[in-house]
Design a protein around this ligand. Structure first.
Ligand SMILES: NC(=O)c1ccc[n+]([C@@H]2O[C@H](COP(=O)([O-])OP(=O)(O)OC[C@H]3O[C@@H](n4cnc5c(N)ncnc54)[C@H](OP(=O)(O)O)[C@@H]3O)[C@@H](O)[C@H]2O)c1
Length: 462
């Protein structure tokens, strides 16, 4: 039996070092950055737009949000002269589609670019999601201090950013002590602690390991929000109908968001009055046989009730067959999850029951949505959007509460990530030259078919 099979989580993906490890005092943080002037150049690939920037460990980078990719801040990296700072050591960060969109200047939210001198180009540190560990506490002179006695945080605690645009593609991050809190402070500060991440090499202690914790903030929380919304819409509808089955239908059916969503919908105890079910739409693979195999695996591994292809979804004649599949007379297809756009969104819309809602949360095809006029006038279909970051801005406690629920789902075995979906890029901090790590991340940014995740390897064998 392989290690991956007996692991409760995906830790075996990561080349961790436990014996004879040495970690010298951190003096600089290496950051992967991008410049505003390169952003919208269509002839330059995303992977060619990144660079590396060394920040002295005693400096804290300003983070100011903007909707413009060109906005700059007058604030400079500063030493925290007024109090205690916390140095976070990066364990891992994913290269998400939205991070790529930010680098390309085609996203709706950015950190204002920092410019150091008139001779240098304004830049932002890339990345919005990552898993960190507290490395040390330092005073304004950089001297190592003990954790304050009243603090509920210690060296080694696991930390994720609650805020957006924090710039997670780095080796270390220095923040002010008051930017970090634990559960007792309700999770409203800029960085939050998530206890009990399993970092054992075999990954056998708990389901919530390094990959699971690293990716929970964006895809995990988005899936969790959709699950809550699905429950809410079903409960609301059931007050006035005798429907037996409620369905949510999602394109990009093999994306991480949808895989997690389908699993956590199934993790619920069945409501005694009705069932919550899912339909996933996937793109055809190279041959019909490969598509069948792919669908069978997806159904089994993510507990999707029904998986159909985009070709089927966008074929009008398939509608009759689809109605049979979902037992349409006893079912209500109330919710669509659209991460693709273009004609795929229309395929979702056409399958919804009257009064259903299409939520758009991604645009992988880079094409706008063409909705049908009938849907608005005669079928009362609603087109709404979701940006999970906005939800977390509106309710500052929400992210930590979702992270805790996701952790419980992983630990109870109701939720699994498939290690085969991920490609691990190792940032060997002690040995990789700047050009080497830039090359590795560039390859990750162009990767197709697997999700790139960077594991930051600080320790080395003596
Ligand atoms: N709004 C929010 O708050 C929020 C939060 C999280 C994620 N998102 C968005 O959700 C989407 C999915 O994210 P993820 O990390 O779960 O994705 P992922 O795991 O990287 O999967 C990408 C999915 O998109 C499909 N895809 C890629 N290119 C496509 C194209 N040109 N046309 C149609 N489908 C295409 C892939 O299908 P194949 O396997 O067939 O290639 C795959 O199913 C992204 O757009 C992301 O930005 C939004």
């Amino acid at each position: 039996m392989s290690t991956q099979k007996i692991s409760k989580n995906c830790n075996s993906l990561f080349p961790m070092v436990f014996q004879n490890s040495s970690l010298k005092k951190a003096v600089i943080s290496k950051n992967i950055i991008y410049y505003s002037e390169d952003q919208k150049d269509p002839y330059v690939k995303t992977s060619e737009k990144i660079d590396i920037f060394d920040l002295p460990i005693n400096k804290i980078l300003p983070i100011e949000n903007s909707t413009s990719s060109k906005a700059t801040t007058n604030s400079k990296p500063k030493t925290n002269v007024s109090g205690l700072s916390v140095i976070l050591k990066t364990l891992a960060f994913p290269l998400n589609p939205s991070d790529k969109n930010q680098i390309d200047g085609v996203y709706g939210a950015y950190a204002k670019k920092i410019f150091l001198t008139d001779k240098e180009k304004p830049f932002s540190v890339a990345g919005n999601e990552g898993l960190f560990q507290i490395n040390s506490f330092v005073d304004s002179e950089g001297n190592v201090q003990d954790a304050p006695e009243e603090a509920n945080i210690r060296i080694g605690d696991f930390i994720v950013p609650r805020i957006n645009n924090s710039g997670t593609w780095c080796t270390f991050k220095t923040i002010k002590y008051d930017q970090i809190v634990s559960q007792q402070s309700n999770g409203e500060a800029d960085y939050v602690k998530i206890p009990a991440v399993d970092t054992s090499y075999c990954g056998n202690i708990r389901g919530f390991g390094i990959l699971e914790a690293t990716t929970a903030s964006v895809n995990g929380c988005t899936a969790y929000w959709f699950k809550k919304e699905f429950e809410r819409l079903a409960a609301k509808d059931h007050k006035t109908s005798k429907t037996k089955n409620y369905y949510a239908i999602a394109n990009a059916g093999n994306s991480q968001v949808v895989k997690i969503f389908n699993q956590i919908v199934k993790s619920q105890e069945s409501n005694e009055n009705y069932n919550l079910k899912t339909v996933a739409i996937v793109r055809d693979r190279e041959t019909p046989e490969a598509t069948d195999k792919f669908i069978a695996h997806l159904k089994e591994s993510t507990h999707s009730d029904i998986v159909i292809t985009e070709t089927q979804s966008q074929n009008r004649e398939f509608k009759t067959e689809f109605k049979k599949m979902v037992d349409f007379d006893n079912s209500n297809i109330i919710m669509g999850l659209n991460a693709v756009g273009g004609s795929s969104a229309r395929g979702i819309e056409s399958k919804l029951s009257n009064d259903g809602t299409v939520f758009t949360y991604g645009g992988m095809s880079l094409k706008g949505i063409t909705a049908s006029t009938t849907a608005f006038i005669f079928r009362n279909i609603k087109y709404l959007g979701l940006w999970i970051t906005k939800k977390f801005d509106q309710n500052k406690k929400l992210k930590l509460s979702y992270l805790f629920r996701l952790r419980a789902l992983y630990n109870s075995g109701h939720l699994h990530l498939d290690p085969n979906d991920y490609e691990v890029i190792v940032w060997d901090v002690k040995n990789d030259s700047d050009s080497k790590i830039l090359k590795k991340i560039s390859v990750g940014l162009e990767l197709k078919g697997k999700k790139p995740i960077v594991f930051v390897k600080h320790e080395r064998k003596n």
